[in-house]
Design a protein around this ligand. Structure first.
Ligand SMILES: [Zn+2]
Length: 264
């Protein structure tokens, strides 16, 4: 079973606007039109059983509409991650609602939500997620739309992990896009999930080899960042890695199956 632990999609009525806006800010072309229907077609082409769809609330008021949409798209093939905004007056309560609604976790993005991973303002959200058994998927490292910002660096994430060791964390982009040296120094070997989204093909071979050798093999997840990468091509890249087929199977699905508590 192949599980893509990091994708994005949008409600049908805003998908084309959202994609166009993000294409302009990132100067990157999307492979899909941003709808869940197109994501499912891509999954079928690539042989992907399940995709995790990560949402980002860019304003506090978006919480309810994102939660409702996540409930609407949840299915045996789509695992949505809702989002809360750090400036929300009800952030703790909203995290609890995410848990009560049966989701496995939430997504936070330091750039689009203007926070630093390790700032104290965020700690009630982390604590509430941890207490409710929810995981947090963090954008990590530089973002292509915010090339100089250091809000979500590996050292900041390591601090969060030290302060909330029981909080399940997925650090996207193998822990820190284009901050690989700091990933090696601060994250490798820790009890933190690293996803491969938007990474293979950017990371240097030495850093990649070090991560694959020294990070726990059950803490690496296949992710694509679709629609910003092609799912089929990203599977090919994982399969081309010089690691055992058992390890590839762990990365491509087994680890996510365990983390997201997928049955059968
Ligand atoms: Zn992403």
């Amino acid at each position: 079973m192949i599980i893509d632990a990091h994708t994005h999609a949008f409600p049908d009525h805003i998908a084309s606007i959202a994609i166009e806006k993000l294409e302009n800010s990132s100067k990157t072309r999307a492979y899909l039109n941003g709808t869940t229907a197109d994501l499912l077609r891509s999954m079928d082409r690539a042989g992907i059983e399940i995709s995790v769809v990560a949402c980002i609330a860019t304003a506090p008021a978006q919480f309810n509409s994102i939660l409702n949409w996540c409930q609407a798209i949840a299915s045996p093939r789509i695992i949505p991650l809702p989002s809360v905004h750090p400036e929300s007056q009800n952030a703790r309560e909203e995290v609890r609602k995410i848990g009560e609604a049966g989701f496995v976790g939430l997504k936070l993005h330091a750039e689009f939500q203007s926070f630093y991973l390790d700032e104290e303002r965020m700690y009630p959200i982390y604590e509430e997620a941890m207490n409710n058994g929810l995981l947090i998927l963090f954008h990590c490292g530089y973002d292509i739309s915010f090339p100089d910002s250091d809000r979500s660096s590996p050292d900041r994430l390591a601090q969060v992990h030290r302060d909330f060791p029981q909080l399940p964390i997925i650090a996207s982009h193998l822990g820190g896009w284009r901050q690989w040296d700091r990933v090696l120094h601060h994250l490798v070997g820790k009890d933190i999930y690293l996803d491969t989204s938007y990474t293979i093909g950017y990371i240097d071979q030495d850093s990649l080899r070090t991560i694959l050798t020294y990070h726990p093999p059950n803490r690496i997840l296949f992710g694509t960042d679709s629609p910003w990468k092609d799912q089929e091509e990203e599977i090919r890249l994982i399969n081309s890695l010089d690691i055992s087929s058992a390890f590839k199977a762990r990365i491509l699905g087994q680890n996510a199956k365990e983390l997201f508590r997928v049955k059968n």
